[in-house]
Ligand binder design. Structure first.
Ligand code: BMA
Length: 312
């Protein structure tokens, strides 16, 4: 199967760039996206002109044409318990809807390393920071969009010098204290995701399992290449991996994915499941612009089941 048939890129890519942002930024990328009141809400990362990142907000009726609000949505706190740990940046936010709350997880950077911040909103007008929910160094946390057996569940990506960057799972009763962690998927040696992997979009519920669209990195003589892949987790126990697709589903190919702030990057923080069996996958191109493409969910699921590689 040809890789370029799995995700059909939108012809109007890139769908959002720095020119669409009414305040000075260098990039628009790595956005969490969700549907709320029949609109698509995009919470995107931008590098400011000092190289640090904040989160902006854009809305759309169709998932392709977005309009950015004049004020940023989430910026580093300068006071409170958050100030110490997000002094440098807030980055790569994911959105997970549970009941009437939208849970927002983002990377918080400071001189002490990178941790995950949790914030909540009900309406994307006001936002409340709740807690820092990991130690350093951890990035790319996505919370499953429903409680499973009475617990909140998240995919984690702690960083360790000994074991390569891998996908873990943890559990919580109150969203603040997490534990019972377990390693689920590791980079596969001499494979497109051999250098590191991390959770990408918020998992999507299908009748065959939770679909996890993740990113994988391969190092080359001209630097790292970021691609997207898929894994399927058991519905009732997402620590059970049904399959990890051997092949990637998306790689940098368009000019704005190949060249930019960081070249050769497609990186996702959000995907929206549609009623017709498709999913809109949103990705940052070269850490510079936002793009979207569509894939058939059954096709992604069957890649995980029919052509898997070893998870660990
Ligand atoms: C990762 C993160 C992402 C970024 C990617 C490519 O480590 O910093 O935010 O998109 O690198 O630069």
């Amino acid at each position: 199967m040809m890789n370029d048939k799995i995700v059909t890129r939108y012809k109007g890519n890139p769908i959002l760039t720095k020119d669409n942002v009414p305040y000075p930024v260098a990039t628009v990328h790595n956005a969490g996206v969700v549907k709320y009141q029949n609109k698509y809400i995009m919470l995107f990362r931008s590098h400011l002109l000092n190289g640090r990142s904040i989160i902006g907000i854009a809305r759309s009726d169709d998932g392709y044409n977005f309009k950015v609000k004049p004020e940023p949505f989430l910026v580093p706190s300068s006071v409170s318990k958050f100030g110490e740990y997000e002094e440098y940046s807030v980055e790569d936010l994911r959105i997970s809807k549970i009941d009437t709350d939208f849970l927002l997880t983002y990377s918080a950077y400071s001189r002490h390393g990178v941790r995950i911040g949790l914030a909540k909103t009900k309406d994307f007008e006001t936002v409340e920071k709740i807690a820092l929910i990991t130690q350093a160094d951890s990035r790319n946390v996505v919370i499953f969009p429903e409680k499973i057996k009475g617990q909140y569940v998240r995919l984690d990506r702690p960083h360790s010098e000994i074991s390569k960057w891998s996908i873990w799972i943890s559990y919580s009763l109150d969203l603040v204290h997490w534990g019972n962690s377990k390693l689920l998927i590791k980079p596969e040696p001499y494979h497109w995701d051999e250098m590191k992997i991390g959770p990408g979009a918020t998992p999507i519920k299908t009748d065959k399992g939770w679909l996890n669209i993740y990113h994988g990195v391969f190092n080359t003589m001209s630097g790292a290449v970021y691609r997207l892949g898929v894994a399927l987790h058991d519905l009732n126990d997402p620590s059970i991996i049904i399959g990890v697709s051997d092949q990637w589903i998306l790689q940098p190919e368009d000019p704005w994915e190949i060249t930019g702030y960081v070249s050769n990057v497609v990186f996702t923080c959000g995907a929206v499941q549609e009623d017709n069996g498709s999913v809109k996958i949103y990705w940052g191109g070269a850490d510079t612009v936002m793009c979207v493409g569509e894939a058939n969910i059954n096709k992604l699921v069957s890649l995980c089941i029919n052509n898997p590689r070893k998870p660990l």
